[in-house]
Design a binder for this molecule. Structure first.
Ligand SMILES: Cc1cc2nc3c(=O)[nH]c(=O)nc-3n(C[C@H](O)[C@H](O)[C@H](O)COP(=O)(O)OP(=O)(O)OC[C@H]3O[C@@H](n4cnc5c(N)ncnc54)[C@H](O)[C@@H]3O)c2cc1C
Length: 496
């Protein structure tokens, strides 16, 4: 594995990866595994609050006509507003979290500016898998049609230790019985476009680099755009700037890595089985030298609409005590070879990238008087399967709803709301995920476990966090009890 750059070592700090700051969509091509989320945002300086006069380029969005809520006919894909002088609601980051927040806030009658450092469509390192939870949330947003020509995924095909189990997603409760998969380049642009069609003012290529405070409120957000710094006066700010959350960090957000976090890499391959109805998941992951690794592999079919491709990836769980010492690229290449025949893969893996995953609400400082962190910025990723698109969409909706409540201070209300929605499940899940970072634990639990279809059905339901507060069966009650016990003994409970 020599000569291969491993993923950034989070033990050095999430921003300490030595990659140049080229903006969020640029890549460090010197690394063997390209790190789309490896951008160094340490140029945000607390003392750098001055700003150029933006009057030449900015404009106020106050008083501009708002598009009626709901999709409009025109093609908004290329829409890009100039940097405004002020915003009623400023959403920083136009991934699924920020775009969903913007779309919901516009529907509730707010003037919304949605800005992103990247220019869309942009890539995002991901498995591209949409769980039933994400499919449900897309429907709530009004985007169910988006999945019409995408694969309908019935469940997980679990592999390991000589066994294979096809486990369907559970069919009861508030979630549908299927998932899907869409490449993020397309998916994120579609959600962003939906928000713009609803009436959000989109500013692309605009990086939020600082804030000006007035007491404990954000008075303005400083944005770099076209080589100039522009202050945007704000009433409310939703921070959806992803895994490293540079603006969140500026506001005091801290990511704690004593509980489980993820490191993962993905690639795309062409396949004769891209229309499959099962997501492949390999619990027994072996490296090129045959060693068992504390990780997992996945194969997610993207369908004909996804260019007859599969998203193939490998990931590992880690903690600051047990960092993942793995070079992901050779492992991913080896894994791709190991599933090549089964998945009718044609050609080499392409577009290999890797990234970190904050998980299980392992951040503090998720809100202030007039701002809230959502999605990855708030570490809303399921520690047991690395899914975060659903939580990004959900927290976008929840934050937009909170904007409408005139309580005057989000600081405790937003944190408590996140605890209320995700605290128990995240606490139990990350405790279990922490156990799985112990190398001997995976075969000990996996070898006998994968042979039991009943046990694996339970695992898929719990792993997917498809237990809802309304569920009153034994598994749901046991999982909630585990969450309560886990939270009580947590050194640092989720979001606290
Ligand atoms: C390898 C890997 C595989 C994964 N697989 C899955 C999966 O299969 N299913 C799943 O559900 N989840 C998966 N996830 C998790 C998922 O990718 C994230 O949870 C999800 O992208 C979170 O969405 P978000 O909107 O919070 O952030 P993002 O999608 O990261 O969006 C953040 C946006 O903020 C912008 N931004 C950043 N800084 C600034 C700034 N200073 N100013 C302006 N804009 C800024 C960025 O350009 C970006 O567009 C995976 C993650 C990884 C790393």
């Amino acid at each position: 594995m020599s000569g291969v750059s491993p993923v950034p070592d989070p033990a050095r700090g999430p921003d300490d990866d030595g990659t140049p700051d080229h903006g969020t969509s640029d890549r460090d091509t010197s690394a063997d595994v390209t790190q789309t989320e490896g951008t160094n945002f340490d140029d945000i300086r607390a003392d750098e609050t001055g700003a150029d006069d933006a009057s030449g380029t900015g404009r106020s969005v106050q008083g501009t006509a708002r598009t009626a809520a709901g999709p409009v006919a025109s093609d908004s894909a290329g829409a890009n507003s100039p940097v405004p002088l002020r915003a009623d609601v400023l959403v920083v980051g136009a991934g699924p979290g920020g775009a969903a927040a913007a779309a919901h806030a516009v529907a509730a009658g707010r003037d919304v500016v949605l800005l992103d450092a990247a220019t869309f469509p942009r890539d995002k390192t991901c498995g591209d898998g949409l769980t039933p939870r994400a499919v449900a949330e897309l429907s709530t947003l009004g985007m169910a049609d988006h999945l019409a020509d995408r694969p309908r995924i019935d469940g997980l095909a679990l592999h390991g230790w000589g066994a294979r189990q096809e486990i369907r997603w559970p069919s009861s409760g508030r979630f549908p019985d299927h998932g899907s998969a869409v490449a993020r380049t397309e998916f994120d642009d579609a959600v962003r476009d939906f928000a713009v069609r609803r009436g959000a003012h989109m500013v692309q290529g605009a990086k939020a680099v600082d804030v000006e405070m007035s007491g404990d409120r954000i008075a303005s957000v400083i944005v770099e755009h076209d080589g100039r710094r522009h202050p945007i006066a704000v009433d409310q700010v939703i921070v959806a700037d992803g895994v490293r959350s540079p603006l969140g960090k500026r506001l005091g957000r801290e990511w704690h890595r004593d509980t489980a976090y993820g490191v993962a890499a993905r690639a795309y391959v062409r396949s004769g089985r891209a229309d499959d109805h099962w997501m492949g998941s390999h619990l027994e992951l072996r490296g090129p030298d045959g060693d068992l690794l504390p990780g997992y592999g996945w194969v997610f079919p993207l369908g004909a609409a996804g260019g007859h491709q599969l998203n193939v990836g490998v990931g590992a769980l880690a903690t600051s005590r047990r960092p993942a010492q793995m070079a992901l690229r050779p492992i991913l290449e080896h894994y791709t070879e190991s599933v090549r025949a089964e998945w009718a893969i044609d050609g080499p893996p392409t577009s290999i990238t890797s990234a970190l995953l904050p998980m299980g609400g392992a951040v503090t400082g998720v809100a202030g008087r007039n701002w809230m962190l959502i999605g990855d910025a708030a570490a809303c990723v399921n520690p047991l399967n690395g899914e975060g698109i659903d939580y990004a969409l959900e927290t976008g909706r929840l934050a937009a709803e909170l904007l409408g409540e005139r309580h005057g201070d989000h600081t405790h209300i937003w944190r408590d709301l996140l605890v209320d929605h995700y605290g128990l499940a995240f606490s139990a899940a990350r405790r279990l995920a922490g156990v799985l970072t112990v190398p001997s634990a995976v075969p000990l639990l996996g070898r006998p476990g994968i042979r039991s279809g009943r046990l694996m059905s339970l695992v898929v339901r719990v792993m997917g966090n498809l237990v809802t507060p309304e569920d009153s069966d034994l598994v749901a009650r046991a999982w909630r009890t585990a969450g309560r016990v886990s939270t009580q003994v947590d050194h640092r409970p989720p979001f606290r």
